[in-house]
Design a protein around this ligand. Structure first.
Ligand SMILES: O=P(O)(O)OC[C@H]1O[C@H](O[C@H]2O[C@H](CO)[C@@H](O)[C@H](O)[C@H]2O)[C@H](O)[C@@H](O)[C@@H]1O
Length: 264
C-alpha cells in the first residue's frame, strides 16, 4: 500500500540533495521513467540511449552488480529500452515481475483484468488522445495528451478497483489497475535477499507515487530514498530535480565508490 512515509515526513519540505560520497556497500534501486529517462509524450517515445547505457555499465562495475531497475514497465519493455542483458537485476510492472540471473518470477494475473481491459480499451477508442497500455499483469490508460479526460479516466479506474479487487495505481498522467500482491518495496526486499546484495545499504531513486513503496522499503531496510522532481510529501530523505541531476549524481557516486576502493 502506498502511504507517504513516517509521520516525520508527512510534511516534508526542502529535502536536501543526497551526499555524493556514499558507503561502498550501497545498492542502487533505480526507477526508469522520470528518473533515468525524461518523461515523453507517449510511452513508446522512450527508447535506447547510449549515454544511459554507458552510465548503467559504469554503475554495475562500481557497485559490483548491486544495481537494479525497478519500474512500472513490463520486463519486455525494459529490455527494449535498456537492452537485453544491460542489467543482471530488474523488476517490472511495479514488482509483479522480477528477473535475476537465476530466472524470472512472474505473479499470476488477477481474474479482474479481463473486465478492466475491456473498459479501459473501450474508453481509449472514444478519445484518440488516450493511450491504452496492456502489461498483462496490469492495464493502464494514459491521459497526458488529453488532460481534460483525467477525471473520467480516474473515475472509471476507481469504479473498476471496487468491482474487481485490482489495485488502483495512479501515476504520472496515467491510471492503472494492477494485480495485487507485490509492489516496488517488495521487489527491493526480495532483491536484497539475493547473494550479490548481501549486507548492502539500499538507495531507492524515483519520481512517481509507485516509488513511495520503494522509498519506504529502503528506509526500513537501513538505507534511504531519493525523490526526483518537485517537493511533495514523501518517504524519501533526499531530492534531486530531474533525470539530468540523477545522472550527474549517479556518476559522482560511482566515482566516489571507485576512488575509496582504490585508496583502501
Ligand atoms: O516506474 P517507472 O519506470 O517510472 O514507470 C512508470 C510508468 O512509465 C511509463 O509511463 C510514464 O512515462 C511515459 C514516457 O515518458 C509517459 O508518456 C507517461 O505519461 C508516464 O505515465 C509507462 O508507460 C508505464 O507503464 C509505467 O508504469
Amino acid at each position: 500500500m502506498t502511504t507517504y512515509g513516517s509521520a516525520a515526513r508527512l510534511a516534508s519540505s526542502d529535502l536536501p540533495p543526497p551526499p555524493t560520497s556514499i558507503p561502498t556497500n550501497s545498492a542502487l534501486f533505480l526507477d526508469l521513467d522520470g528518473t533515468l529517462a525524461p518523461i515523453m509524450p507517449r510511452p513508446d517515445d522512450v527508447g535506447p540511449d547510449a549515454a544511459r547505457a554507458a552510465l548503467i555499465a559504469r554503475l554495475r562495475e562500481a557497485f559490483e552488480d548491486r544495481v537494479a531497475v525497478i519500474s512500472g514497465r513490463s520486463l519486455d519493455d525494459l529490455s527494449r529500452i535498456l537492452g537485453d542483458g544491460a542489467l543482471a537485476y530488474m523488476a517490472g510492472v511495479h514488482g509483479l515481475e522480477r528477473r535475476t540471473p537465476e530466472g524470472v518470477f512472474r505473479a499470476q494475473p488477477h481474474e479482474g483484468l479481463a473486465e478492466a481491459r475491456d473498459v479501459l480499451a473501450d474508453l481509449a477508442r472514444c478519445d484518440r488522445g488516450l493511450i491504452f497500455e496492456d502489461k498483462h499483469l496490469s492495464v493502464g490508460l494514459h491521459y497526458r495528451n488529453t488532460p481534460l479526460a483525467a477525471d473520467a479516466v480516474i473515475e472509471a479506474a476507481e469504479r473498476l478497483k471496487r468491482q474487481t479487487g485490482l489495485v488502483l495505481q495512479l501515476g504520472d498522467m496515467v491510471a492503472e489497475l494492477r494485480t495485487p500482491g507485490q509492489d516496488k518495496g517488495s521487489s527491493v526486499a526480495a532483491l536484497l535477499r539475493e547473494p550479490a546484495f548481501d549486507g548492502a545499504l539500499p538507495i531507492f531513486i524515483g519520481d512517481d507515487l509507485t516509488d513511495e513503496d520503494g522509498f519506504e522499503a529502503a528506509r526500513r531496510l537501513g538505507g534511504y530514498g531519493v525523490l526526483v522532481g518537485p517537493e511533495r510529501p514523501s518517504a524519501a530523505s533526499y531530492r534531486l530535480d530531474g533525470p539530468e541531476a540523477v545522472h550527474a549524481w549517479l556518476d559522482a557516486a560511482a566515482k566516489s565508490v571507485t576512488e575509496s576502493e582504490v585508496t583502501r
